[in-house]
Design a protein around this ligand. Structure first.
Ligand code: KG4
Ligand code: ZN
Length: 493
């Protein structure tokens, strides 16, 4: 016996069983076809030298419930436990989708089916009188509760102390403390200052998150923590706190990759990450282009910055223009009144010769230097300098190179989906151009809400929950901070 996802090729066999079992009440082939191919429906077949039964589940993302639509076994193969096997597959699927309850309707006169569902833990919650027509048989409505793991996630890789709590795919709390103001006078994140700030903010932020979720530590099923990449000293504070929580409360711990966390954040927004996807992560600490085929098992690094991160470039250029830290929002604002075509600044690693080794890598240091030179030259020669024009032209160059490479990656890998993450996603021009260019290229663009784009604990909790839901073993307590953790290592053990 084999149970696998149904495809359109199975339609004829499905319709034969359907017609044989349900006669005039059978579904039409067109409806069955759209169920099998549906975005929110999941159909499985049981095969024994050919199809002998099938079952379907429907689950709309973010509703956190699933409905069993049908379970059908060919007459010749009934009473062999195949219905139970299919029902178990549907429940497992519902669990993996993040459902907290599974519903179904069953004919009140179908005693074997009712007994089966009761064995699986379903209980009757309602009765629909004379639901089945023309027979006039009642329908029992049954429900199964599914416990989804409650995971507390700890994020401390840069200047944000983030504590998030999720239940499966559902966001319960996302508490954040940022030490950004403390770095302002230095014009960038100072690692020691960040680490000390995490130390001070950790306990209150944990308490805030628990309060927001209306939970206590005893309700938490597992702890997740980002162990890299990031600033070693900052990561260590979060890891220390997470391990202490795990030991003191006797909870399993999962060490997860911060970058993959950015991708996993979309689960909390959309109910799932539609895969495969290209992901462009742009912040003050990273600029990475990823190909994600599977969130837990197949994340490939296509390219990254070879010098400054995109956000860092915004921060440095802001300094040259005499704007405060963080520079991204300041430049973004100033650029609105400037001409993006006023100055042609260089696009890093975009020449034909770069396409061999660095096709999907980024470089922003040349761009930053070009801006500095432009400003110096104007000052030296006492020429008029339009700061809005410089800001707009710089922003244009940065956004252009980010999106050109991201969209090229979508085309090269034939993945018509692009997910954005990281603090630079706040950039107005980046959002506008991403929308425009993706529309033109027929690419489905995903941008989670901003609080899930910037560094946060919820994305770490979410990735941890995905690992728990997939039945992965927890990490041992021996893991440490890995400031250059490669993106292929989703969980450290
Ligand atoms: O993800 P994030 O909050 O965390 C760190 O990497 O620390 O990203 C912060 C970065 C900063 O470099 C900031 O200047 C940049 O994101 N940023 C922006 C904008 N808003 C924030 N960059 C460009 N345009 C913006 N509107
Ligand atoms: Zn980040």
């Amino acid at each position: 016996m084999e149970i696998k996802k149904l495809s359109q090729h199975d339609l004829v066999a499905v319709m034969e069983i359907e017609a044989d079992l349900f006669g005039t009440e059978a579904w039409l082939e067109t409806s069955m076809k759209s169920e099998i191919n549906g975005d929110f429906t999941h159909y499985f077949g049981v095969f024994q030298e050919g199809l002998v039964g099938y079952a379907g589940l429907s689950s709309v993302p973010n509703t956190f419930v699933s409905d069993i639509q049908t379970i059908a076994i060919a007459k010749s193969h009934q009473a062999q436990g195949l219905g139970r096997a299919l029902a178990e597959s549907l429940v497992a699927k519902a669990r993996a989708l993040g459902s907290e309850a599974v519903f179904l309707e069953v004919r009140a006169d179908n005693e074997p089916a009712i007994a089966l569902y009761e064995k699986l833990g379903f209980t009757q919650i309602d009765i629909r009188k004379k639901y089945y027509q023309p027979s006039g048989v009642d329908a029992l409505v049954m429900r199964l509760e599914v416990h989804q793991p409650i995971v507390l996630g700890v994020e401390s890789s840069c200047d944000e102390t983030g504590i998030g709590i999720v239940k499966g795919n559902r966001l319960l709390a996302n508490a954040l403390h940022s030490s950004m103001d403390e770095h302002a006078k230095f014009g960038g994140v100072v690692p020691e200052v960040a680490a000390r700030a995490h130390l001070e903010a950790m306990q209150p932020t944990i308490e805030r998150a628990l309060k927001e979720a209306q939970l206590s530590m005893t309700d938490i099923d597992a702890i997740a923590v980002a162990n890299g990449p990031g600033l070693a000293g900052a990561l260590m504070v979060g890891i220390g706190a997470a391990k202490a929580l795990a030991i003191a409360n006797d909870k399993p711990i999962y060490a997860v990759n911060h970058l993959v966390g950015h991708v996993g954040a979309d689960v909390l927004e959309s109910g799932s990450v539609t895969l495969p996807t290209i992901a462009l992560l742009v912040s003050g600490g990273h600029t990475s282009l990823l190909l994600v085929r599977d969130l837990l098992d197949d994340v490939e690094l296509l390219g990254e910055t070879i010098d400054d991160a995109a956000g860092e470039a915004f921060d440095k250029v802001a300094r040259v223009l005499g704007l405060p830290y963080p520079g991204g929002p300041e430049i973004d604002k100033l650029a609105e009144t400037g001409d993006p075509k006023a100055i042609r600044f260089p696009r890093g690693l975009s020449l034909p010769k770069d396409m061999v080794k660095h096709r999907f890598d980024f470089s922003f240091s040349g761009l930053k230097t070009a801006v500095a030179r432009h400003v110096e030259k104007a000052e030296d020669q006492q020429l008029p300098l339009s700061k809005p024009d410089v800001a707009a032209s710089f922003r244009e160059a940065a956004v252009d190179v980010l999106l050109t490479k991201a969209i090229n990656a979508c085309e090269r890998y034939e993945v018509k989906r692009l997910l954005l993450g990281g603090g630079v996603v706040a950039n107005a021009r980046l959002r506008q151009q991403a929308k425009l260019r993706c529309e033109v290229a027929g690419i489905d663009l995903r941008i989670p809400r901003f609080s899930l784009c910037t560094d946060n604990g919820a994305m770490i909790a979410s990735l941890g929950a995905q690992l728990v839901m997939a039945g992965r073993e927890p990490s041992s307590l021996g893991f440490g901070a890995e400031s250059t953790l490669e993106v292929t290592k989703v969980q450290s053990h």
